[in-house]
Design a protein around this ligand. Structure first.
Ligand code: SF4
Ligand code: MG
Length: 334
């Protein structure tokens, strides 16, 4: 399959200002040299603890924040560069759905108008846009006669998230970035929305980037998974390979942190404990060395490299990636 999106060496440091003059005193290294590819029609899951940079990656892809460095190629065209496509042209093809379904809808607007809003802004006739909004309501499983005129406060969390999905679809995107899009929903509602997302993806030939802290959900929906730690990619590969044969100690620890189905099951890898270090001053060498049970002197001295993360193999950035490799997380998977 062809790549739809490739990013190379994406970087974003957020300044921290201090002192009476408000000068920049330090930087949070939110995203620090991230590269990956998303193929047409696939779902790439992004996982990691909060603060690892996964939401910043999403915002950088949409250019909601400007990267400090890095290249972004969308469907073969460099974004925002001479001879490529503009950020606005890219944005039309990529939509985003956030966790907070309520605040992304205008509370004073009937939901069908919210869905029609984007197309109208891009020049569609109002009547056409509203008619399309009503078709989209049907597509996301809401009867337009019952729901089209309702306001956000009259809807449940799951219904609001269906509206947000319809709103994203209204601009006929090729890719949707879902940032914790189902995380606020009850488990049963979450399953329904995930099924809807899968059905829409097939029907409309969509490509997803699916960001979540929930490893089980990511496994279910993703073709490939990328694991982030302190602004870096530590492991990337096919979802099955990541979950049944994780190579990176951090991935193994993350998987071991999930509740096991059988509480008597022996855990072969210790779950990840404590908080990640401060991303203002990340640890030297391998950033995971302060928490890694397999760390050796080389780990704090030299940063391990991931290799060519824009390929589609199974890669991990670890000097000792065979250490404890008999200890797969399979035994603690649900
Ligand atoms: Fe652990 Fe060293 Fe591998 Fe980092 S490089 S994950 S510290 S073994
Ligand atoms: Mg987040």
């Amino acid at each position: 399959q062809q790549p739809l999106l490739t990013v190379t060496d994406l970087r974003k440091y957020f300044p921290i200002r201090g002192g009476v003059l408000g000068r920049t005193v330090a930087h949070v290294r939110a995203v620090d040299g991230v590269s990956f590819t998303v193929r047409k029609g696939e779902t790439l899951g992004i996982v990691g603890e909060s603060g690892c940079g996964k939401s910043t990656v999403a915002r950088l892809l949409m250019r909601l924040v400007d990267p400090d460095a890095g290249e972004q190629v969308f469907d073969g065209e460099a974004v925002g560069e001479q001879g490529g496509i503009s950020v606005a042209q890219m944005r039309r093809q990529v939509q985003m759905v956030f966790q907070d379904s309520a605040s992304s809808l205008n509370p004073r607007m009937p939901v069908q108008n919210s869905i029609a809003f984007g197309p109208v802004a891009f020049g569609a006739r109002r009547a056409d846009a509203v008619a399309m909004a009503r078709e989209l309501l049907t597509k996301v499983g809401l009867n337009p006669v019952l729901f089209g005129g309702r306001y956000p406060h009259e809807l449940s969390g799951g219904q609001k998230q269906r509206i947000n999905i319809a709103r994203a679809l209204a601009l006929k995107p090729r890719m949707i970035i879902l940032d914790e899009a189902v995380s606020a929903l009850d488990k049963s509602v979450e399953a329904q929305v995930l099924n809807l997302l899968q059905a829409l993806k097939r029907e409309l030939n969509l490509t997803y980037v699916f960001i979540s802290h929930d490893l089980g959900v990511v496994r279910w929906i993703s073709d490939r998974v990328m694991v982030m730690y302190l602004g870096e990619v530590v492991e990337i590969g096919p979802a099955d390979a990541i979950y049944t044969g994780p190579k990176h100690p951090y991935t193994r620890a993350l998987l071991a942190s999930r509740p096991a189905l059988d509480p008597d099951q022996r855990r072969e890898e210790a779950p990840v404990s404590g908080d990640p270090p401060n991303p203002v001053n990340p640890p030297s060498g391998c950033r995971f060395h302060t928490r890694c049970p397999h760390a050796e002197p080389v780990c704090s001295a030299r940063a391990p490299s991931l290799g060519d993360a824009t390929g589609f193999g199974h890669l991990a950035a670890c000097h000792m990636q065979d250490a404890g490799s008999g200890h797969t997380a399979a035994s603690v998977l649900q």
